[in-house]
Design a protein around this ligand. Structure first.
Ligand SMILES: C[S@@+](CC[C@H](N)C(=O)[O-])C[C@H]1O[C@@H](n2cnc3c(N)ncnc32)[C@H](O)[C@@H]1O
Length: 258
């Protein structure tokens, strides 16, 4: 029987896009649109922010890995006085930096891939990592490095199954190929346990994104890019999404204390 870490890596590898389809993709299907990942208003609360705030001293520090536009960490300030944000996609951190500056908030920005850049990052009171795990084949060392940079607590959130699962029927329609369904958050927990991390867990229903006007157009283009299709297909993707709007999804918040 293979280890959980090996199964996690193998199941993620099964999502690899057929090289012929990828070669014809006019745009990068893996890029994230910052506008869809904007932080909610400063006091917004989710299970992740509740678990993080519970371990955060006044004026404390937060490290957000795979921070994107700051949806997980910006609502933590205050009480946090300083955010350290890490991401591989500069346009996401540009968006985060612009929001932080509008709120008069101090951030330290680290452009790069976790855990490779971990030694450029200080130990912080709380480490958050929201909706990044399914991008990470080598999840054990990734989580271990989060653990090593946390003074009090790590809070990691991921969907209960792979974020591309809802795209499966459209992939089948356009490319006539089935898509995988694994891995799951349950397997992620098994990987953490193999690394000596025993997380607590809370499952919740993350609401469907609020899509109107510009957000809807961005979501349509995001979906179409993920399908490796050209922009001429936007109208039919929009029709499909009107008939099958995104649904609330089960999300799992994992946390552990140092
Ligand atoms: C789905 S977005 C989530 C963004 C944000 N955490 C949120 O909850 O809205 C995933 C983000 O993780 C980043 N990312 C993926 N793998 C990463 C890695 N190994 N190191 C740093 N950033 C990573 C991506 O560039 C992207 O901005």
């Amino acid at each position: 029987m293979s280890s959980a870490a090996q199964r996690w890596a193998d199941e993620l590898a099964a999502w690899r896009i057929d090289p012929d389809i990828l070669a014809r993709a006019p745009e990068n299907p893996y890029a994230f649109p910052p506008g869809l990942f904007r932080a909610a208003h400063p006091e917004s609360t989710t299970p992740l922010t509740e678990r993080a705030r519970a371990a955060l001293p006044d004026s404390g520090t937060v490290l957000d890995v795979g921070a994107g536009a700051g949806a997980a960490s910006l609502p933590l300030a205050p009480p946090a006085g300083h955010l350290v944000v890490v991401d591989t996609q500069p346009s996401m951190l540009d968006e985060l930096a612009s929001t932080a500056s509008g709120r008069g908030l101090r951030i330290t920005r680290v452009d790069g891939e976790w855990p490779g850049v971990a030694d450029q990052v200080p130990v912080c009171d709380v480490v958050v990592c929201s909706h990044v795990a399914y991008n990470v084949p080598d999840l054990g060392p990734f989580a271990q490095a989060l653990n090593d940079r946390a003074r009090n607590r790590v809070v990691l959130e991921l969907h209960s199954d792979h974020p591309w699962v809802p795209l499966g029927p459209l992939w089948q329609r356009y490319h006539h190929q089935p898509r995988p369904t694994g891995p799951t958050a349950e397997l992620a927990v098994a990987v953490l346990r193999e690394h000596g991390i025993e997380p607590q867990q809370q499952v919740w229903e993350r609401p469907a994104p609020d899509l109107d006007g510009e957000a809807l157009a961005t979501y349509v283009a995001f979906t179409r890019r993920r399908l490796c299709l050209p922009s001429e297909r936007d109208p039919e993707i929009a029709d499909h999404l009107a008939a099958h709007p995104p649904q609330p999804r089960r999300s799992v918040v994992l946390w552990w204390d140092r």
